[in-house]
Design a binder for this molecule. Structure first.
Ligand code: GLN
Length: 201
């Protein structure tokens, strides 16, 4: 059975562990490099990306995790996790570390200027309609050529932006959503990721 780790330094770790267990994998928290070495894929939870990035350095996980993702280990980031996976962050803190792996530019707390938290039904490619919960969420401001855009939400504050803001992307073995499927009891996004892990193994 595939083993999927959840980075367990800060954030909604438990919710991801439950969602993964329901998707029929062995789900384990990761706090140490030895634990990272044993997993086939990793989930980066929602939380506070600046705190998680600092803790990644403190726990000696920053370089090993960067290396595994670069080598092709599947990774899924929700919200703060999406920020950590982005190659570039706007409105980040100067001392924020990036894991990288996704050729995207994200804007932190992007929707926060209009509304801190909201829910919306989004059409997620490969999954269908998903009820998405956004909590001080980032959006993807720019996606590189190799990045598949999986979902957008209308940005009501900018009437000209009819297509909406990008809130879910995939680039090969790396998946990211601005929203939190782990909070809604809808296991389809985690199952999509588990399929990616199985395909890589
Ligand atoms: N605003 C948070 C950050 O910048 C992300 C919020 C979340 O993960 N729900 O890290």
């Amino acid at each position: 059975m595939s083993v999927v780790g959840v980075l367990a330094l800060q954030g909604d770790v438990h919710e991801h562990l439950v969602a993964l267990a329901e998707a029929d994998v062995l789900a384990r928290p990761i706090r140490r490099p030895e634990e990272l070495a044993e997993v086939d894929g990793v989930v980066l939870p929602g939380g506070e990306s600046t705190a998680i990035s600092r803790l990644l350095a403190t726990f000696d996980l920053l370089e090993p995790l960067r290396a595994r993702i670069k080598e092709g280990m599947p990774a899924y980031g929700s919200c703060a996790g999406m920020i950590l996976l982005a190659d570039e962050v706007l409105d980040g803190r100067a001392d924020q570390h990036q894991l990288g792996g996704l050729d995207i530019v994200v804007r932190r707390n992007a929707f926060g200027r209009q509304v801190d938290s909201f829910e919306a039904d989004v059409d997620l490619t490969g999954v269908g309609e998903v009820h998405a919960v956004f909590i001080r969420a980032p959006w993807v401001e720019k996606a590189g050529d190799g990045v598949e855009v999986l979902a957008r939400v209308p940005d009501s504050a900018e009437a000209g932006d009819a297509a909406g803001r990008i809130v879910a992307v995939r680039q090969g073995h790396v998946l990211a959503t601005s929203f939190h499927p782990e909070l809604t009891g809808d296991g389809r996004v985690h199952r999509l990721f588990v399929d990616m892990v199985r395909a890589a193994g």
